[in-house]
Write a protein that binds this ligand. Sequence first.
Ligand code: S3P
Ligand code: PEP
Length: 424
Amino acid sequence: MTRATTHPAPMTARIPGSKSITNRALLLAAAAVGTSRLRSPLVSADTVAFRTALSDLGFTVAALDHDEVWEVAGAGRGPTGSSAVWCEDAGTAARFLAPFAAVGNGRFVLDGSAQLRARPLRPLADTLTALGATVTTEPGGALPMTVETGGLDGGTITVDGSLSSQFLSGLLMSAPLMRTPVRFTVHNLVSRPYVNMTLTLMRRFGAQVTEQREGVIEVHPGGYSATDLTVEPDASTASYVFAAAAITGTAVTVPGLGHGSLQGDLHFVDVLQRMGAQVRIADTATTVTGGDRLRGGFCADMGEMSDTFMTVAAIAPLADAPITIRGIAHTRLKESDRIAAVAENLHALGVATDTGHDWLTVYPASPTGARIACRRDHRIGMAFSVLGLRIPHLTLDDPSCVAKTFPGFHQELRRLFPLSAPVI
Ligand SMILES: O=C(O)C1=C[C@@H](OP(=O)(O)O)[C@@H](O)[C@H](O)C1
Ligand SMILES: C=C(OP(=O)(O)O)C(=O)O
């Protein structure tokens, strides 16, 4: 006998575009010959900072159709002249625009918020210096950074990718504008799927780039040509609505994210599946359906999708056994020390944790309400807001921190879950 099971009809979430694709495409389009159009770009603090920085470097980016399309007039080269660029809080802006400045011609000063100034940049400064640019930074290799350059020859570059993959992505994207071929050898690379995204988008803009073998990448001179690109919804952002479905026994579909996505963070749904949710990835949409119980009792390596580890950690107290997340040492160097920030907030909610240099264990609990300390980290704010769907009296000390990647986050959570979304 078969038992009929009923599934809730999926709600459709409105997830804005990928930050990582938007900021890569902006840079590649500026470097290309011709005019490119980006459809459905992310419009948030990180991407507006990137767009403004490109304008300050002399490139024209026009917002059309109420920001539905960003049109970029490519110059076929790096920036020229003398300018100052403000990267705000955006790691991708500092790490992608410093090499782009270095393949230009002139004097460029990059700076950003106190939060961004505290994040590592030294491997990039050292590599650009080795390639022939004159680079000055604050002691320790931090912003503000001044780059004086007449363009770069290529050659052989060894990159340490243990702190961030963004150094490698930034250098790769500017390599086709160097005068000779560049051969990269990469060690200890974290967040590898973001480098795959970089290589795919470089090829889409016409670059000649080959990966000889794991960790050895060759880029040929020849620049980029303009293209039109539709930006996928952001998979890291989608993690919040997928997690919300998993803990509320509802179903949420994100259209536009499916097989063939450029974003490694879509694998976050594999962790939800281990927690007992049903996951269906189709060609152009992904649906997560929550069950009546959340399972724990496993250890997940989230090093390749570390922007989503806080989403798992925040809902983990609701699981029936402990969950350990490992491979996340580099998340201590992001908008906040994310392992410490998650543990601190879970403790405030009455949840026990253990932590180590690169791991965190969260124990089952019945969390009580608390005021979440966001540390100006958008992902702390969004991840704990999801937990707020299941516990009363959860508030954020800084709800506006979500603007870095999803200014409309609280409205969308309330639209999807009008009865249980926390009153922020
Ligand atoms: O290249 C990118 O677009 C990104 C790479 C990742 O950083 P790390 O390489 O520092 O882990 C990720 O955390 C960040 O949000 C975006
Ligand atoms: C780490 C992040 O951002 P970035 O490094 O691009 O500032 C993030 O969005 O979680």
